[in-house]
Design a protein around this ligand. Structure first.
Ligand code: MSP
Length: 529
């Protein structure tokens, strides 16, 4: 992707029936890292996130709490979902709520167009519905209940009883789009990722598609169907449209053309909505399908998908209060291959924090800054003649930058981090081997000492730039400590794809003291460890 091109990335919009847990935060961080990377690369980037506020699930929660769904949503958005973004340092460009007028109006516009074009008809429906999923369940996802639900049919995901619904609904002629979807998956193999997700979607669509019920008349918490106000729009049909209503569909054609289509980051549990229903809706409306749909894995606790309803939810603040937002972001992006499930453990988090962030990266930064301060009175010295070891550092940085960018392009965030970490390891090994503290004792080695500390400082410059999308707080401190802001400008404006070009930090730059980037954490402070 060339600099300046459009990069529009979205997270799922979150149900406001409950408070956020680390599974939700995981999706947010991944999308934010990708957005920050592209923004820093000069791409015309837009990160959208938001909340999904209609439907029976929210209505029931609000009613159970003695309030209206809108009041409930307002409360949860302001006390939980917006604060989540601060807790984990998300730099989103927009936040859409499905109760926004800009959304509601244009959902109606979209629906009316499909109706006028003959893609919608009225019919009778009787099927088993899961309120947790907000979905009529296919036979393959219905299982026999156990324990208190013995003898009942339950949802395979929520393990809760399904409800038999029988009503007049409006239907979207989704069955007409099976062939077009199969052609899309075939012609554009990157459309659904990773490969395992793609295979699952393809085999699902090969079995043929049914038409989709897209309205409900037994409750009224939703967007009214424009030609029949006794119905509200099915919550998923409403929610999926947030990705286009937020960027101007129906009201700002210029902005819509600038942003759309998007890269969607979603959990694998909602992949089918995004890779089947959503492109079918867009095809019916004559709009471009998404750029790609990436289904990431689940955070598991005790081998099961972590969830609030199963009481295994961990609040993001439980982690950030002790470890900070950078550690949260780094840990989940590094420890789990993006696209696969991963088990969360406090021990693993604490171990990686100590080994990789505190000892690997943080110490490296403190030592280099301290040596520039001690041996050169805080002024980054010029490099003399480069030797093999210095050139090896330069090569590692060039290679890592290219490898990381290629990995980000494939949405392999964990691979990007591994590539960048070769710089941390190389620099630590370099300092151990070059022993600047020994060189400092020998006046005849002054030029060599100068070259070594220039090389190390310039290496830190590259690391700050490359790691800033993942650990923005620590890298900003490092950037300031390196004195780079005055010389090179703001960290988040450093062009990331040329981070590996050698020699950007000018000799003569004045460094400032650096507090520990990742302070030691007392074992007693780690919950569950
Ligand atoms: N409202 C719908 C999405 C509509 S998008 C047009 C929804 N909301 S959700 O709040 O239930 O989930 C939001 C995201 O959180 C989903 O991508 C889901 O996969 C993710 N996660 C919820 N629990 C998770 C884990 N335990 N692990 C990883 N991600 C998980 O679905």
């Amino acid at each position: 992707m060339s600099d300046g091109s459009s990069f529009y990335i979205t997270t799922p919009i979150f149900y406001v029936n409950d408070v956020p847990h680390i599974g939700h935060a995981y999706t947010e961080v991944a999308a934010d890292v990708l957005a920050r990377w592209h923004r820093q690369a000069g791409d015309d980037t837009w990160l959208l996130t938001g909340t999904d506020e209609h439907g029976q699930k929210i209505l029931r929660t609000a009613t159970a709490n003695g309030t209206t769904p809108k009041e409930w949503a307002d409360r949860l958005v302001s006390t939980e979902w917006l604060p989540l973004l601060k807790t984990i340092d998300i730099a989103n460009d927009d936040f859409i709520r499905t109760t926004d007028v800009r959304h509601e109006q244009n959902v109606q516009r979209f629906l009316q167009k499909l109706y006028d074009d003959g893609y919608i008809y009225a019919g009778e429906y009787e099927a088993l519905y899961c309120v947790g999923c907000e979905e009529f369940k296919p036979q393959s996802e219905i299982i026999d209940g156990t324990g208190e639900y013995e003898g009942q049919k339950v949802c395979a995901i929520h393990s809760k009883p399904l409800e038999l619904l029988q009503e007049k609904n409006y239907f979207f002629r989704m069955s007409q789009f099976a062939d077009a979807l199969l052609a899309l998956y075939e012609e554009n193999p990157e459309f659904v990722q990773p490969e395992s997700a793609r295979n699952e979607v393809v085999s699902f669509v090969r079995q043929g598609l049914s038409d989709l019920s897209i309205s409900r008349s037994s409750f009224d918490w939703g967007i009214k169907v424009p030609w029949d106000e006794s119905h509200v729009v099915y919550v998923w049909f409403d929610a999926l449209l947030n990705y286009v209503t937020a960027v101007g569909y129906g009201q700002d054609d210029e902005n819509f053309a600038r942003r759309w289509p998007a890269t969607h980051i979603v959990g694998k549990d909602i992949l089918r909505f995004h890779a089947v229903i959503w492109p079918a809706m867009l095809l019916a409306a004559g709009l471009d399908v998404p750029h790609r749909v990436f289904g990431h894995g689940w955070l598991l606790v005790g081998g099961e998908k972590m969830s609030k309803s199963k009481l295994t939810g961990i609040a993001p603040t439980q982690i950030t209060d002790t470890f900070g937002s950078d550690a949260f972001r780094y840990y989940f992006m590094r420890a789990i291959s993006f696209g696969q499930d991963g088990s969360f453990s406090w021990e693993d988090l604490a171990a990686r924090y100590q080994a990789e962030l505190a000892n690997g990266f943080g110490n490296l930064a403190s030592r280099v800054i301290a040596m520039v301060t001690r041996y050169f009175e805080g002024v980054v010295p010029p490099a003399g003649r480069y030797e093999e070891a210095d050139l090896a550092v330069q090569a590692t940085i060039t290679d890592a930058t290219a490898a990381a960018d290629a990995a980000i392009e494939k949405l392999a965030i964990h691979d990007a981090l591994s590539a960048i970490w070769t710089i941390v390891d190389e620099l630590n090994g370099y300092i151990t081997a070059q022993e600047p503290w020994s060189l400092a004792k020998d006046e005849t080695q002054r030029e060599r000492l100068s070259t070594v500390l220039y090389t190390a400082s310039e290496g830190l410059r590259a690391l700050a730039v490359l790691l800033s999308p993942v650990v923005p707080v620590a890298t900003l401190k490092l950037w300031q400590a390196l004195g780079a802001e005055d010389e090179l400008g703001a960290l988040d404006e450093q062009p990331i794809r040329s981070a590996g070009d050698w020699g950007q930090l000018p000799a003569g730059t004045t460094v400032n003291g650096l507090e520990a980037l990742f302070p030691r954490i007392d074992a007693d402070a780690v919950p569950g460890a």
